[in-house]
Design a protein around this ligand. Structure first.
Ligand SMILES: Cc1cc2nc3c(=O)[nH]c(=O)nc-3n(C[C@H](O)[C@H](O)[C@H](O)COP(=O)(O)O)c2cc1C
Length: 319
């Protein structure tokens, strides 16, 4: 049997901090007996999603399998993602968030790679007797684990505020189970991460955690959280919260689930019920909720009879 493969994806500069950190984790995975592959996103010509939604429309109508009409290098990353069993993704912080290219790549991954869309398309196509090449890639449904690595030059952690929550966009639609995440802030206080022994050791640990999860014999052990902090949300382990308009509840912006809160001894206690946790968009049920709402409520063309006339005054206006 082929070795399981760990894919490392860096959105950093060539041989910069992120590159070396991701490679450090990969070296540990290789030591544990896994095949590894490294991709620097900036080496690929990956163009922005144009919003044509042919990926989703193709899947919901049964005419497509989640493909994208843009002809560029995305297929290189896509094939590596399909082939891998684990992914370790790292991005530098650019203005509080991952880089622009990170977002570009995430837009190309989802919703075209959403496992609930792909599975329904696969099952319906199979039942209709379609040949394998017209069905979504069966590797889309492989169980994978992942780790997220955020790198920021700033000395103050809050200059990386949107990093880890946003980085879930990379793993979410493919249903990759994130089992560890790490944030390195203060990177500019070191010439290079290679001079920071604590960070280098933590990245070796990320690699060991991924290797451990790949070797797990039970689902519970495979998906066990190995990050240093539990975080406020028990599903994504992030600390970010959205406060509801009526100020009576909170929501995890990564998972899209509602929680109750109280202040006990001056400490904010947040509780997400088991049912809410189950409907996190990081889990199948949460994703299915969304793909179902799109399939049942999104409307096709031809609903507004005079749309062409209504659009006319806007065509070319003030351009
Ligand atoms: C355009 C730009 C914006 C940046 N904004 C932030 C920021 O908001 N917070 C932060 O911590 N670092 C910020 N940085 C610093 C980078 O995150 C830092 O240099 C990082 O180490 C680069 O990663 P690399 O060495 O892997 O390329 C910014 C850098 C650039 C180029």
């Amino acid at each position: 049997m082929d070795k399981k493969m760990v894919l490392g994806v860096s959105f950093g500069r060539k041989m910069g901090n992120t590159d070396v950190m991701i490679k450090t984790a990969l070296m540990e995975c290789e030591k544990a007996g896994y095949a590894v592959r490294f991709i620097r996103a900036d080496d690929l010509d990956i163009r922005p999603c144009t919003g044509c939604i042919s990926c989703v429309v193709g899947m919901t109508t049964g005419r497509g399998k989640g493909g994208c009409p843009i002809q560029d290098d995305f297929h290189i990353l896509d094939e590596a993602l399909m082939a891998c069993d684990a992914v370790i993704v790292g991005s530098p912080t650019y203005v509080l968030s991952p880089t622009g290219r990170f977002k570009t790549v995430c837009d190309r991954i989802g919703p075209s790679h959403d496992i609930t869309f792909r599975k329904a398309t696969y099952d319906e196509g199979l039942a209709a007797g379609k040949p394998a090449e017209q069905l979504p890639d069966t590797r889309s449904f492989k169980k994978r684990v992942g780790a997220l690595v955020s790198v920021g030059g700033a000395m103050t952690k809050n200059w990386l505020s949107f990093m880890l929550p946003t980085m879930y966009e990379f793993t979410m639609s493919m249903g990759i189970d994130v089992i560890d995440m790490h944030e390195y802030h203060g990177a500019m206080a070191f010439e290079h991460v290679l001079g920071n022994t604590a960070q280098m050791e933590r990245m070796r640990q990320v690699g060991r955690h991924i290797a451990e999860a790949l070797a797990a014999e039970t689902e519970e052990e495979r998906t066990r959280w190995r990050g240093e902090e539990e975080g406020v949300c028990p599903v994504c382990h992030c600390d970010m919260l959205t406060v509801s308009k009526d100020r009576r509840s909170v929501e995890c912006p990564v998972c899209g689930i509602r929680g109750a809160f109280e202040v006990r001894d001056g400490r904010l206690e947040v509780r997400f019920s088991a049912a809410e946790q189950q409907r996190s968009r990081l889990h199948w049920d949460g994703k299915l909720e969304h793909s179902t709402e799109i399939k049942t409520q999104a409307v096709g063309p031809g609903q507004i009879p005079d749309l062409k006339a209504l659009k006319a005054p806007y065509i070319g206006y003030a351009e």
